[in-house]
Design a protein around this ligand. Structure first.
Ligand code: PBG
Length: 326
């Protein structure tokens, strides 16, 4: 009888030894929790397609933040759902816009909480596109001016970091320039660098009411069939001053995550988007999968693929589960 010399099972035989040789670990400091704030009072309205995710008016938002801080999730990503929308998305850069107010609310109550804002126009435009529309297309350079105004207004309100998600060409550089000129040179930019034109954003558009009223986003977001293009997009963002790069969505783009991490060696984030969340929630609600195990497996997958940061609607659950394990 010849015995196998290498027996990988030796290091799998107990919880202790498995923990000792584990290569990747999800930790609290990896997590960024996306939240939706809306005008009004006393509003905590669950997004139909995203159980456990809410549109929150500022009072309820503050209450919810208490839980985030309590669980030691270090950062939130804010999205605004304005009361009114218009052609140029003026609510995105209004001094008393919903996100601007939410930043102030959050920083006043929890100065140590790291507040990141999504910089985009689609939640604020009546047509639902991420910029200025002319003849059915989104104009790149005029849109940059509005993105600059939006990012600067977030910085003025006290945001710790901004995350442009619009996919206009040159937006990272434009925002970097404006920040440096206005005294916000210390504020980092997390760029949605490889952001694909994905059907996985469906439930988010329910939450934010940002479904395009005509056409789609394929003239600015990336073609899901492309991989090399993600390297080019990301290289541009880095040249323009991005501090953190991001891949979005996550699950169908793990290869991109690994390639960007290997190529650029920068802090790399992955956005575990709304549709990915909703699929897990729906299957779990039916008893078809074990929610905790599935979610942790997904989180571990992101870490293995090279993610330093994970933006996820599961963040509070993950934080709770990590705590239970201790
Ligand atoms: C804004 C934006 C979107 C998401 C993040 N920022 C929607 C979109 O591009 O249509 C999607 C997030 C998610 O699906 O969870 N442009």
């Amino acid at each position: 009888m010849t015995y196998p010399i290498r027996r990988p099972r030796r290091l799998r035989s107990s919880e202790n030894i498995r923990n000792m040789v584990r290569e990747n670990q999800v930790s609290l400091s990896d997590l960024i929790y996306p939240m939706f704030v809306c005008e009004g009072k006393g509003i905590k309205s669950e997004v139909t397609s995203m159980p456990g995710v809410y549109n929150l008016s500022l009072d309820k938002f503050a209450a919810e933040l208490a839980g985030v801080v309590e669980l030691k999730v270090p950062a939130v990503l804010l999205f605004g759902v304005p009361a009114a929308k218009d052609f140029e998305g003026t609510g995105a850069y209004a001094e008393d816009g919903i996100v601007q107010k939410a930043i102030k609310t959050a920083k006043a109550a929890y100065p140590g909480l790291y507040v990141i804002t999504d910089v985009c126009l689609c939640e604020y435009t009546d047509h639902g596109h991420c910029g200025i529309v002319k003849d059915g297309d989104v104009l790149n350079d005029p849109t940059l001016q509005l993105l600059i105004k939006t990012a600067v207004s977030h910085a003025k309100a006290g945001a710790d970091m901004v995350a442009p998600s619009d996919m206009m060409d040159g937006r990272v550089g434009a925002i970097r320039d404006a920040f440096d000129e206005d005294g916000f040179e210390h504020i980092p930019i997390m760029a949605y660098s490889a952001k694909y034109a994905s059907a996985f954003y469906g439930p988010f558009r329910d939450a934010a009411g940002s479904t395009p009223q005509f056409g789609d986003r394929r003239s600015y977001q990336m073609d899901p069939a492309n991989g090399d293009e993600a390297l080019m997009e990301t290289a541009l963002d880095i040249e323009e001053g991005a501090d953190i790069i991001m891949v979005k969505p996550g699950l169908a783009y793990m290869d991109i995550l690994r390639r960007l991490k290997d190529e650029f060696r920068l802090p790399t984030a992955v956005y575990n988007v709304s549709g990915e969340y909703s699929m897990v929630k729906a299957a779990a609600a039916n008893g078809w999968v074990d929610e905790k195990r599935i979610v942790m497996e997904i989180m571990n997958g992101f870490k293995r693929a090279g993610a330093d940061l994970i933006l996820t609607y599961h963040a509070l659950d993950v934080a709770r589960w990590l705590k239970e394990e201790k």
